[in-house]
Ligand binder design. Sequence first.
Ligand SMILES: [Mn+2]
Length: 325
Amino acid sequence: MNKEILKKIYNEIKKFDTIYLVRHIGPDPDAISSQIALRDIIRYTFPEKKVYAIGQSVSKFKYIGKLDRIDDNISYENSLIITLDVPNKARVDGISVDNFKHVIKIDHHPFVEKFSDLEYIDVDACSTTEVLLDLVNNTKFKINKEIARTLMIGIISDSNRFLFKPTDHKVLHKVADLVEKYDLNLQEIYEPIYMRPISEIRLMGYIYSNLHVTKNKFAYIVLENDIVASFNGDASSASNMVNELSYIEDFYVWLFVTYDEKNEIYKISIRSRGPVINELASKYNGGGHAFSSGARCKTMDEVNALIADFDNLTREYIKSKQNSI
Ligand SMILES: [Mn+2]
């Protein structure tokens, strides 16, 4: 954690009357919680400021809070835009960062590109909402119980209930303080995050039954849209289910392929509990975290090449592990 940069961010936010908060396309609960929490933190501390959390809203994440609509009269010269939970400009949802003169980036993904003079990236944070909690704890920003809840939703979701790396003692202490100070009801916070319809569980059942597992301890599935639709699902929530397979002993790397009809592109969600995968993902128009990455392919031939490459990566990983014993 870098307290100096956090203080700089506070001072910069203080200077502007109008502030826009954005995050990545295809948002997850951490992305949405980040923009709603920071909006409410700024409004609560500086009620006179105009602050907007923008981007497409997602109905299943409405329990987190409401996003804002904006008109076209944006003063790009005089307002501030803050990007949250997104390492590259192209993935910012709803607005072009390039139009703005004043930009702040707050993120926990590995660095991809610089697009602001004031960037704070903490790859040791389990979520962007944890970074925002650090911002609150180290500046004069104020929060209330509702904002504490929003921060908790992001932290719980991105760490998968304090399971994924880099969950450590520091985040547990910070969260314990929040729960105590704001008298948070954990069960009430968890419920909307983990509640799901039976159709989703049935789709999971389909995935578990039809996953291909290779002799190199690599697993994959291609999820055709008509199959996903037959379970009342959609491609993006199907691909998010990739996070459910972390503790299956038969493979180290696994990936889901879905098809985005609107953009005519195959989307691949890749996870690992062994080899680093983001480098190989970047070969296929992707990237992300070391053990949690994504990629995009234009054709099924490309997808097949990617599958072969990741199978190979896992084989090499097993080989190097055997050699080191
Ligand atoms: Mn995140």
